[in-house]
Design a protein around this ligand. Structure first.
Ligand code: SF4
Ligand code: SF4
Length: 413
């Protein structure tokens, strides 16, 4: 049901679906216009729709939302003021991401995005997957002084296959972090902490590399003038149809008789998932669809395979082995691409048909799953009430709070 179709269900749902101790106090009126983190928690996280983009963490002006390191989920760490910001910037609740992407394209876009088949020259081509373009681009920008650092993913030392956010400030750092990891870092929510541990001066310029949903959050924060986006000078989206949930990924691998600790490198390409050990021996080769249940369920609602809000999008679709497809979308991306041209070998692609086909498939998947209407021309913000009208009664409706976490709401809301 489209969220805008108010005539179909005139009743406005009341706030809260259960588990919150404050809901049992009928004498206290809900303050008008407030949306609390607990509303986001019920509608997105408890409903198993969170895509771990960390936009809510970055958006919260009172630093009330932290990251549960074990579960890789947003969690309340101090008093929530009900300011609604986490709701407004969450692409699974208040942020109509398809509208944001359209606006970003209109405002920052080149007349037409430029598409290339590219690879890095020299070391990065070996270190990064599919031609090392991201590593080569960022290393060139760092060495030219265009950026001071890049927030990227690096595999956890303790937990193979788990991605950690990492602030790379040198070519060596980037080479160390090269390669793909298919779990989320929640890096957008850690920029302040990463900078606090680095020595990059008062107003550093950073590149943010992440999944398209992460870039949606960063783009929205920048577009609406919020401080957490200030250090982000360049956004690079890694094309994506689904991210894995770490524990589910491990369980699925174990169910196929493979010890995840033995996996040196896991790769997804052409619909096939492969894993090899440190001697290059093949441990696993299987249809990636058989790993669907290990993915983040909220990814089904995502139509942004290409990362339409980013300055530059990168992914391996339809290019020869050793090359990556790169889409330069904005003037900012164009400047960065030009600055790094000596570090890259690139051929323009007139009509990126495989990319267009996959993007179209991804959009149709999202439209078939999204309980709300998919409408790039609608308002960018989705109200709590409209969300409830669209999602209530579906298998994606808000769920009661986890009893183990209710104490947070007693203390901090
Ligand atoms: S989808 Fe992103 S913004 Fe929404 S709750 Fe999850 S981490 Fe926060
Ligand atoms: S499929 Fe979409 S929602 Fe899921 S991780 Fe990728 S960009 Fe994010």
């Amino acid at each position: 049901m489209p969220a805008d179709d108010r005539s179909a269900t005139p009743a406005v749902p009341t706030k809260g679906v259960g588990g919150d101790p404050r809901e049992s106090n009928d004498d206290v009126e809900e303050a008008p216009g407030k949306i609390w983190f607990r509303d986001l928690d019920e509608a997105v996280i408890e409903a198993d729709r969170c895509v771990q983009c960390a936009s809510c963490v970055a958006a919260c002006p009172s630093d009330s939302i932290g990251i549960d390191a074990e579960e890789k989920r947003p969690t309340l760490v101090r008093m929530c003021t009900g300011c609604s910001r986490c709701w407004d910037f969450c692409p699974r609740s208040g942020l109509r991401y398809e509208r944001l992407i359209q606006l970003a394209g209109e405002e920052r876009g080149l007349e037409e995005p430029e598409t290339y088949a590219a690879r890095a020259t020299g070391g990065p081509a070996e270190a990064g997957q599919d031609g090392g373009v991201v590593t080569g681009l960022l290393a060139a920008l760092l060495e030219a002084g265009e950026i001071d650092g890049a927030v990227v993913a690096r595999e956890s030392d303790e937990q193979p296959l788990r991605a950690d956010a990492f602030l790379a400030t040198s070519r060596e750092d980037l080479l160390e972090a090269g390669g793909s990891i298919y779990t989320q870092t929640m890096g957008l929510g850690q920029i302040e902490d990463l900078l606090a541990d680095a020595d990059l001066g008062a107003e550093p310029d950073l590149a943010l590399v992440g999944t398209p949903c992460t870039i949606q959050g960063a783009t929205a924060l920048g577009r609406y003038g919020h401080e957490p986006a200030d250090p982000i000078a360049l956004t690079v989206a890694l094309m994506c149809t689904r991210s894995f949930e770490y524990d589910r990924l491990r369980s699925r691998i174990e169910s196929l008789g493979v010890d995840p600790e033995r996996i040196e490198s896991l790769d997804v390409g052409g619909g096939v998932l492969t894993a090899v050990d440190d001697a290059g021996e093949l441990l696993l080769e299987t249809d990636v669809e058989s790993f669907d249940a290990a993915g983040l369920r909220g990814c089904d609602e995502c139509a942004d395979f290409v990362g339409g809000g980013a300055d530059v999008s990168v992914g391996s679709v339809g290019t020869d082995e050793g090359y990556t497809t790169v889409v330069v979308r904005t003037n900012n991306g164009r400047s960065a691409w030009n600055r790094a041209e000596d570090a890259l070998e690139a051929t323009e692609i007139e009509r990126p048909e495989p990319l267009e086909r996959l993007a179209e498939w991804n959009r149709r998947r999202a439209e078939s799953v999204l309980p709300r209407g998919f409408d790039p021309d609608a308002e960018v913000g989705i109200t709590y009430e409209d969300h409830r009208r669209a999602y209530d009664g579906t298998d994606r409706e808000p769920q009661p709070l986890n009893p183990a976490r209710v104490h947070q709401y007693e203390e901090w809301c």
